[in-house]
Every structure is written in C-alpha cells, then in structure tokens.
Design a protein around this ligand. Structure first.
Ligand code: DCP
Ligand code: MG
Length: 375
C-alpha cells in the first residue's frame, strides 16, 4: 500500500515576509499590490484572516476589512528561493516528489514507512514538519493517506501547522461528510448541479450507483467514482510531460516604453525559440504573460497558422498580443513568452522545476488565459 503526503506551506508569501522582517511577526500582513492602483491580495497572514481577508481579494477591500493590515509588495524571487529550500527538504525524505506550485507538493513516502520497525506515516509526517520548520522557519500543513486526493483534502483541514492522517480503510468515512465541491475535479458549477440533484456531500456522491455516474460524468465517471470512495490509485508523478516552453523576466524598474518592451519581447522570443529547437519541439500556440505595475497578472494567447519553432513567427505573434495591451500610462513589471500546443506527439519528459523560466513553478492561474476555467 502506498503512503502519500500532501504538504502545503501556511500563508506562504506572508510567512516569508514575516521571517525576513521580524517587525511583521504576529501582525496582519497583506502581500499584494497597491490599493490605490487596483492591486489584489496574493495572500494574507493568519493574523489578517479573521478579518475576512483572503487571496485574490481587491487590496482596497482588504484594507477596509483590516485597516491595521500591513501591505507588503511581493518578492517573487525570494519566494522561489524559499520554495527550493523546502523542496530540498522534501527530497531528503523521498525521491518521489511532485511539486504542484511553489508551496505545495505530493510526496510518496512508502519507502520511508516501515510499520514493523516502528516507522509510521505519522512519525514521518512529524519529522517532515519539524525539518521544514528547522531548516526554513516555515510551517507546513500535512495530510497523509494512501491516496493523493485524500491527502490533499486532509492537509487543508487543520491549517495552519496542520497534520491529519487518514488510515487506510477510513477514506470513505473521512470523505463522506465533506461538501462535494471539495473533491478534486468538481468545480463550483458541477457542485451546484450536484446539489440540485440532492448530492451535497462526498458521501452522497459515493452512494450513487455506477450507471448514475456514467450518466452524469460521462467519460470521467469511473475516476470520479473512485475518488469519491477515496480509492483512486493515482501515482505521484516525478516526471512531467513538457506542455509548454516559456521564458519570463521581471524588470528592476517598471517599463512603459514601447521600444524597450519590444526589445525584451524579442529576447524572450529568441530564448524560447532556441529552447524549442533544442528539444525538437514545434508549437502552435503563443502566449504572452504580463504583470502590470499593480501586480495584476494575466496572459493572452493566439495560434500560429502552423506549428513552428522559428523565432520570427513567434516574435511577431507575441508582439501583436502585447501591442493590444499597450495603453497610455500602462507600465509592466514582468513579461513572459511561451509556446505550447506541440505538434510532434513526442513530448519530451523532464523533471519538474529544472527548466529555467518554466512557468510551472508559478501558480497556474497566472499562466492560463483568464478565460480558461481551472480544472
Ligand atoms: N497566491 C496568489 N494568488 C492566489 C492564491 C495564492 O498569488 N489567488 C500565492 C500566494 C500564496 C501562495 O500562492 O502565499 C500559495 O497559495 P496557497 O493557496 O497555498 O495560500 P497560502 O499558502 O498563502 O495560505 P494557506 O495557509 O491557506 O495555504
Ligand atoms: Mg499554502
């Protein structure tokens, strides 16, 4: 039987800020953009959360709810650095680590567990929490079970500094009382539809007959059914198919000058083109990622007439996408160029977090176009 940990750092950006600046410790910290320039909250420290402040809330609202909150501008490079340290600790416990974003990962700790010798999943999890705290100062919430999705739900239940172990055999009972929307793959829309059918909890869902699943979920029926029963056998993936090649850069000072933006975009496009060529990949979709002075981050994408790794078509399309976003007075903190939608079918496999400028380390909603719903 597998033993899988899901680990998620607590109030990640805010905790890093509190570590680096002792004056912020114990205080409500709001990491994000400026309230006066329509900035949003990236995250809030746990001291700010009782006021109702949360990620993605307009900073203006956050300041109204929590006037004593201290606004701190994000330092993404520092967060990446801390993330690397944490992932290194994780890799001391097992080679099988699947990072999901800068602050969360799955770990397959089956090898580290040996119940006959007294090495229980609980002990491994406690040791992991202790070492992360000792070596980075951060606290991590951990869920442990035989399944990725059960562990993911478990890690969220006692945040911050949480630890929830779901013993094998208890999965169904553990999941049963939870709202159906907590299940991985059930978005708010689906949850609403299920509620309308009287399915409120994961337990309600698990008790439905197989043909009901087929009718409601079509091709996804079997995987949703297994998940609802806490019985999926999804392995922890240490390798990942390259779905996009991208490069991005943050400027020391915001750039508004069209020519300078053009030059940066050219550089990014040739970097991406070179790396595509090196990997023998050709892509059709070109994406430009932008972060504005107020930290609003979004991307725009468009499709080439045919798959390519040539710098010219990539550069031209990227430039067209960026040009559409240039308005008087708008300045940029970050630009990125990516190519995806590969054609050759031989998608290369690689270890996560190794490709310089790979956006996968950044939260996915930043990279996907705003119109694409998250899974
Ligand atoms: N983040 C962001 N925008 C969002 C959500 C998150 O910029 N809409 C960033 C800031 C977070 C980090 O990603 O610190 C990790 O996201 P989490 O959802 O894990 O949130 P936290 O770690 O901040 O808090 P929690 O203790 O709830 O995990
Ligand atoms: Mg977190």
């Amino acid at each position: 039987m597998a033993h899988i940990i899901h680990a998620d750092l607590d109030a990640f950006y805010a905790t890093v800020e509190q570590l680096d600046n002792p004056e912020l410790r114990g205080k409500p910290v709001l990491v994000g953009g400026r309230p006066e320039s329509r900035g949003v909250v990236a995250t809030a420290s746990y001291e700010a959360r009782p006021f109702g402040v949360h990620s993605a809330m307009p900073m203006r609202t956050a300041v109204r709810l929590c006037p004593q909150g201290i606004i701190v501008r994000p330092r993404f490079n520092r967060y990446r650095e801390m993330s690397r340290l944490v992932m290194d600790v994780f890799r001391d416990f097992t080679e099988i680590v699947e990072p999901l974003s800068l602050d969360e990962a799955y770990l397959d700790i089956s090898e580290a567990v040996n119940e006959a010798e007294g090495r229980w999943p609980l002990g491994v999890a406690l040791e992991l929490k202790r070492r992360v705290k000792e070596e980075t100062g951060l606290t991590v919430s951990v869920g442990v079970s035989a399944s990725k999705y059960v562990s993911k739900i478990a890690s969220d239940l006692q945040k911050p500094d949480g630890l929830v172990v779901v013993p094998s055999g208890d999965e169904t009972g553990f999941l049963a009382p939870l709202a159906v929307g907590k299940l991985w793959g059930i978005g708010p829309k689906t949850a609403e539809r299920l509620n309308a059918e009287g399915v409120e909890t994961i337990g309600d869902l698990a008790s439905k007959p197989t043909d009901w699943f087929a009718r409601v979920f079509g091709q996804r029926a079997e995987s949703v059914r297994l998940r609802a029963a806490g019985q999926d056998n999804e392995p922890v993936h240490t390798e990942r198919v390259t779905k996009s090649v991208s490069s991005e850069t943050t400027f020391p000072d915001d750039i508004g000058d069209t020519e300078e933006l053009h030059r940066v975009l050219d550089e990014l496009a040739s970097g991406v083109s070179g790396s595509l060529e090196g990997k023998g990949l050709q892509g059709r979709t070109v994406t430009v990622k932008m972060r504005l002075a107020d930290f609003t981050t979004f991307s725009r994408q468009s499709t080439l007439p045919r798959p390519s790794n040539d710098v010219d078509p990539i550069r031209e399309l990227a430039w067209r996408l960026l040009s559409a976003e240039l308005t008087a007075g708008r300045t940029f903190r970050l630009l990125g160029v990516g190519v995806s939608n590969f054609s050759d079918g031989e998608e290369e496999r690689q270890l996560p977090l190794t490709l310089e400028g790979d956006f996968s380390a950044v939260r996915r909603e930043w990279w996907l176009p705003e119109t694409t719903p998250l899974p």
